[in-house]
Design a protein around this ligand. Structure first.
Ligand SMILES: C[S@@+](CC[C@H](N)C(=O)[O-])C[C@H]1O[C@@H](n2cnc3c(N)ncnc32)[C@H](O)[C@@H]1O
Length: 260
């Protein structure tokens, strides 16, 4: 591959709904750890990358060394709007997701629904915390692609740790027998221990919150308590508070979440 031909190739990949552009070592590390099909990877500084891998990703360092090809600095800097300081970029295939099967899964883990999130960094932060809390999936509505490279970067590539997908509208979500719980600052106080572990937890858009349509579909409307005078939490922060409030209240030990 000529260095120059990589620039349009990465440009096209950014718009390709079957591909994921991984900008940096952390997204690549998590992609490999969670079984991604990584097609190709490039660095302009192999020795610095090897040093970082030994420190930050020893479990996948060998694979990264095998799949990563050196290219010139000028070409590398053109592969993304802001080249990552960890000096590696890669392309991977997005996993196929069977939404009906994901929602029907009987495992005690909530699905997180983000209604029309507007900020790609926020979307990535939500995916990251959902992966950490071992949620069953992240579903988004609205125009923004949850697999956008900026969201992948903010999620440190943890999209590969759980199903992440976008649908047209919340009305398209097959319930899979899950109660829909609307997270809303104007709801009833949240009782994390009483939450059905298979709930569909719905969070609203950054500025306007949940739509009337979604509030109308919900089986319950709950709030995370806040000090008087504070209007709301940031979207990703509220996802973290709800999921870890539930996780810590549950205290169930499972092989997938051994520290609970
Ligand atoms: C930045 S907030 C939206 C604020 C919006 N003005 C409102 O009143 O809903 C984004 C989303 O985070 C969730 N959220 C934020 N703070 C919350 C709280 N204290 N309790 C429950 N959900 C909260 C809600 O789902 C909300 O729609």
């Amino acid at each position: 591959v000529q260095d120059g031909s990589l620039i349009p190739r990465f440009g096209r990949a950014r718009r390709d709904p079957t591909l994921a552009v991984l900008e940096g070592l952390h997204p690549l590390k998590h992609a490999l750890r969670f079984g991604a099909d990584v097609i190709e990877a490039y660095t302009d500084d192999p020795s610095e990358l090897a040093r970082l891998c030994a420190r930050l990703a020893p479990d996948v360092a060998r694979t990264i060394a095998e799949i990563t090809r050196p290219i010139g600095r000028t070409a590398f800097d053109e592969l993304a709007p802001l080249a990552p300081s960890t000096r590696v970029m890669a392309l991977a295939r997005r996993p196929r997701i069977d939404l009906d099967a994901v929602l029907a899964n009987a495992a005690p883990a909530p699905v997180v629904l983000l209604e029309n999130p507007r900020d790609l960094g926020n979307m990535g932060a939500c995916v990251r915390v959902c992966a950490a809390a071992d949620a069953a999936a992240v579903i988004t509505t609205g125009s923004h692609d949850p697999w956008h490279p900026d969201a992948l970067r903010a999620a440190a590539g943890l999209h590969f740790a759980l199903p992440v997908t976008r649908i047209d509208s919340a009305a398209c979500v097959p319930s899979g027998g899950r109660p829909t719980i609307a997270l809303d600052p104007a709801g009833e106080p949240l009782d994390p221990a009483g939450l059905d572990p298979r709930s569909l937890l719905a969070f609203g858009t950054e500025r306007h919150g949940l739509s009337r349509e979604l509030l109308g579909m919900a089986d319950a409307r709950v709030r995370i308590p806040m000090r008087p005078g504070v209007s709301s939490l940031n979207l990703a922060t509220s996802v973290a508070a709800a999921l870890f409030g539930w996780r810590l209240a549950m205290r169930a030990v499972s092989s997938r979440f051994p520290e609970a």
